[in-house]
Design a protein around this ligand. Structure first.
Ligand code: 4NP
Length: 151
């Protein structure tokens, strides 16, 4: 299984999803390939936002990914391309070759216990509580992804 998580900047939500999923896969002995990317290249080469790294660290995840934009070959390479909100999905669908459209899914499809969210909202302009909530949402979604694709 090869999974690419995608958000806008690739410095908050998707690198967190990558870190959470990598840890869960390691703990469960799943040999999956996990990566993340952004729809904009503004933060290319940067570590995740300091607030995101702090919230992740407090919950047991060390984030070391360097931001990179989505590239054309990602659409054929990955089995599953997971966006965080409706804008992410629209952009991915616009850029993807037709044959890869079915790989694109929204993260909220995988929620197990989370109620009341149809996306994982961007915490970038919000407070620390929003960053911690992003961890909660993405832990739940990663559980759901593992549930759906491991057997
Ligand atoms: P992310 O959050 O998409 O979760 O990485 C953002 C980070 C930076 C920007 C937008 C969203 N930005 O416009 O710089």
């Amino acid at each position: 299984m090869k999974i690419l998580f995608v958000c806008l900047g690739n410095i908050c939500r998707s690198p967190l999803a990558e870190g959470v999923m990598k840890k869960m896969c390691a703990e469960r002995g799943l040999d999956w390939e996990i990566d993340s990317a952004g729809l904009i290249d503004y933060h290319q080469g940067e570590l995740p936002d300091e607030r995101m790294r702090r919230a992740a660290k407090d919950r047991g995840y060390t984030l070391t990914h360097r931001s990179r934009p989505v590239k054309e070959s990602d659409f054929s390479y990955f089995d599953l391309i997971i966006g965080m909100d409706d804008y992410n999905i629209r952009s991915l669908r616009q850029d993807a070759p037709k044959s890869c459209l079915q790989k694109i899914r929204i993260i909220s499809e995988f929620f197990v216990n989370v109620k009341g969210y149809s996306t994982v909202p961007d915490p970038y302009n919000r407070n620390m509580e929003a960053f911690y909530n992003t961890v909660t949402l993405l832990e739940d979604a990663c559980e759901g992804i593992i549930k759906e694709f491991s057997n």
